[in-house]
Ligand binder design. Structure first.
Ligand code: ZN
Ligand code: ZN
Length: 555
C-alpha cells in the first residue's frame, strides 16, 4: 500500500471520560504523532497514588513509528505525563509553544529526567511536515499564555484539535484567532476534536476582564495585607494580580515553589513586566507596612501540603494570619475539594482573616474553558463533517456531542468515545476502529524510574473496594529479598481472617520465583500486582486497588 493510501487512525490514551491526562494519537501505516501528554492528580479517593498516567503500551508497541509529540499548552493535564512517557519510549522531538517548553524543562529537571530531549518551538505561523502529516497551528485564549489549537492535514483528510480554549473577546493576554479558525473551517475539516470541560454551562464563560475589575476593587478596599491564592498554572491570573499589586504600591512576596517557577517563567518571557524591586522575599514582609504587602501563594484547593493550608493552620514559618488580612481564593473548587477548602477557610476566619471566594459580589475567578455558546461558535466556524468531543467527563462529552448535532453534524458522525477507542479516517470518511489498552496507571511515587519508591501515604480511603499495599525490600544487585512482602490493607474487608497472611505468602512465593530471573522494577511491580489482583478477585470477588511498593537496598 502506498503511503498516501494508508488509513489514519485517531484515538485517545487519556482525556476522554475524565478531565486530565490528555493524550491523543494520530497514526498512519508508518508514522504516529502524539498531541499532548498529560497527567491526572488522583485526589482523595486514591490514597498512596501521586499521579495517574495513561497506559503507554500502545505507543511502546509502535515505538518505531512515533515521530513527534505536539504540546498545545503548558498545563499539567497536557504536559505532566512527559516525564513518564520519556521513560517508556524515545520521543524524537517535542514541538511546543515557548512557555510550555520552559515549563516542561523545569519539570524534567525537578524529576531528574536525564533523557536527551529535542525541543522545537512553534507559533501560529509554524508549519511542521512529518512524513505524510502537515501540522499547523492557531492561537487560542486560555488561562495560560502560549496556548494553541492544532491542525493536522493527512492524505485522508483534515483533523482539527482545538486545545483548551475560551472565546474571550476582552482577554488578558493573547487573542483567539477567530478569522483564522473560520478560514480553516471554510477550507474543509473532516474531524474536529474540541474541549468539552464546560459543555454543561449555559452562555459564555465570563471574560477575564471581569476578574481584573474585581481584583482591582479588592485592592482598593483592603487596608491590611492581601493574600491571593490561585493555581500556579493560571499564569494569566498571576499576571493580573502582580500588575494590580504594583499599581497599588504593594510589594509582592511569593510562597511555594511551583508559584515561583510560574512567575519566573512568565517574567522571563515578558508576560509579567514588573521590576525586580517590586518583589520581596517572604521573610522580609515585616519590614514593610501591612498595606504595602501582597502575597501570592498556591493552595486555593485546600491541598493539605500547599502554602495556604500551612498558613491557615499556623505552620508556615514566615507568615501568620493576623486580623485585618484579606485572603482571596482566586479559583473555583475542583469537585471533591470542597471539604478541604472549607477547612482552610474556617481556619483563616478563626484567626481573624477576611476571606473572599468567588461570588456574585466578587468575580475573582473565571474559567479558561468554553461554555455552550463558545462551543457553538467553534463548531459553527469549523463546521466539521465528523465530531469527537474531548477533554471532559462522559456527561460533558455527551452534551457537547448533542450541541454538535443541534448545529447540523449528523448523529452518526458524532463520536462520544472512551480512552482506547479508535476512529479510522480514509478518503474523508470515518468509521470506528479497534480498541487499544488505555487503562489508567497509578504511580505511587514521584520517582519515575521505579526505584526508591515512596512509602504509601496514609490518606483517606473512599474507594469502594479498598486498597492493598504490598511493600517489599530487595537488593537489585544481588537479586535477594531483604524484607519479605508485607501486606497492608485499607478499607478492604474479606470473610477470611487470614487473608493478609495469605496475600503475603503469595507475594513471597511469586517474588522468590521472579528474582531468579533478575527482573527490573517494572516487572516486579506488575507481576506482584497481577498475582495479588487475580488471587483477591477469585477469593473475594472484589477488586481493590493493589499498590506494590518496592524498595531497593542498593540505592
Ligand atoms: Zn489548560
Ligand atoms: Zn486541559
Amino acid at each position: 500500500m502506498a503511503v498516501s493510501e494508508s488509513p489514519i487512525s485517531i484515538y485517545a490514551l487519556g482525556g476522554l471520560c475524565e478531565v486530565g491526562k490528555n493524550t491523543y494519537c494520530i497514526e498512519s501505516e508508518n508514522s504516529l504523532i502524539i498531541i499532548d501528554a498529560g497527567v491526572m492528580f488522583p485526589g482523595a479517593d486514591l490514597p498512596g497514588v501521586d499521579y495517574v498516567i495513561p497506559d503507554y503500551s500502545k505507543l511502546k508497541n509502535s515505538r518505531q513509528k512515533v515521530k513527534a509529540l505536539f504540546i498545545t499548552h503548558g498545563h499539567e493535564d497536557h504536559i505532566g505525563g512527559i516525564p513518564f512517557l520519556l521513560q517508556h519510549l524515545h520521543i524524537p522531538v517535542i514541538y511546543a509553544p515557548r512557555l510550555a517548553i520552559l515549563l516542561i524543562k523545569h519539570k524534567l529537571e525537578d524529576m531528574r529526567i536525564r533523557e536527551e530531549v529535542k525541543f522545537v518551538e512553534y507559533n501560529g505561523d509554524s508549519v511542521v511536515n512529518i512524513d505524510e502529516f502537515r501540522v499547523t497551528f492557531f492561537q487560542v485564549t486560555h488561562s495560560i499564555p502560549d496556548s494553541y489549537g492544532i491542525v493536522v492535514d493527512t492524505p485522508q483528510g483534515r483533523i482539527v484539535h482545538t486545545g483548551d480554549f475560551k472565546i474571550d473577546l476582552t482577554p488578558v493576554g493573547q487573542k483567539i484567532e477567530l478569522s483564522k479558525i473560520a478560514k480553516i473551517g471554510d477550507s474543509g475539516v473532516d474531524l474536529l476534536l474540541s474541549d468539552s470541560t464546560n459543555a454543561e454551562i449555559e452562555g459564555y464563560t465570563p471574560s477575564e476582564k471581569n476578574v481584573l475589575q474585581s481584583i482591582k476593587d479588592i485592592f482598593k478596599i483592603a487596608t491590611g495585607r492581601l493574600i491571593l491564592s490561585t493555581f500556579s498554572s493560571n499564569i494569566s491570573r498571576i499576571q493580573q494580580i502582580c500588575e494590580v499589586a504594583v499599581e497599588n504600591n504593594r510589594k509582592i512576596a511569593i510562597i511555594g515553589r511551583s508559584m515561583e517557577h510560574a512567575v519566573d517563567a512568565a517574567r522571563d518571557f515578558g508576560y509579567i513586566k514588573i521590576p525586580d524591586t517590586s518583589f520581596i522575599p517572604i521573610n522580609e514582609i515585616n519590614e514593610h507596612k501591612l498595606s504595602e504587602i501582597c502575597i501570592l501563594c498556591t493552595g486555593s484547593q485546600g491541598e493539605p501540603m500547599a502554602a495556604l493550608s500551612r498558613i491557615a493552620n499556623g505552620e508556615h514559618k514566615d507568615l501568620r494570619i493576623i486580623p485585618g488580612d484579606t485572603i482571596v481564593f482566586s479559583s473555583s473548587a475542583i469537585p471533591g475539594n470542597g471539604v478541604f477548602i472549607e477547612r482552610v477557610v474556617n481556619q483563616l476566619v478563626k484567626k481573624g482573616g477576611n476571606v473572599l471566594v468567588n461570588s456574585i459580589l466578587y468575580s475573582v475567578h473565571s474559567s479558561g474553558h468554553p461554555s455552550k455558546q463558545e462551543l457553538r461558535i467553534m463548531l459553527h466556524l469549523i463546521h466539521p463533517k465528523y465530531f469527537m468531543p474531548i477533554h471532559g467527563e462522559y456527561r460533558m462529552l455527551k452534551i457537547h456531542g448533542e450541541i454538535a448535532e443541534s448545529l447540523g453534524v449528523p448523529k452518526s458522525n458524532v463520536f462520544v468515545m472512551e480512552n482506547g477507542d479508535s476512529l479510522i479516517l480514509s478518503k474523508h470518511k470515518i468509521i470506528t476502529g479497534p480498541h487499544y489498552a488505555a487503562d489508567p496507571i497509578y504511580i505511587d511515587s514521584r520517582n519515575v524510574g521505579g526505584t526508591n519508591e515512596a512509602v504509601v501515604k496514609d490518606r483517606e480511603i473512599m474507594r469502594e473496594d479498598g486498597m492493598i499495599t504490598i511493600a517489599v525490600a530487595i537488593n537489585s544487585k544481588t537479586s535477594k529479598i531483604i524484607v519479605p512482602p508485607k501486606c497492608i490493607t485499607r478499607a478492604f474487608t474479606a470473610d477470611d481472617n487470614n487473608i493478609v497472611k495469605k496475600i503475603e505468602d503469595l507475594a513471597n512465593k511469586t517474588l522468590t520465583e521472579l528474582m531468579t530471573t533478575k527482573p527490573n522494577f517494572a516487572t516486579i511491580k506488575s507481576t506482584l500486582k497481577r498475582a495479588i489482583e487475580v488471587y483477591i478477585e477469585r477469593k473475594t470477588e472484589r477488586k481493590p486497588l493493589v499498590i506494590p511498593v518496592v524498595m531497593d537496598e542498593n540505592k
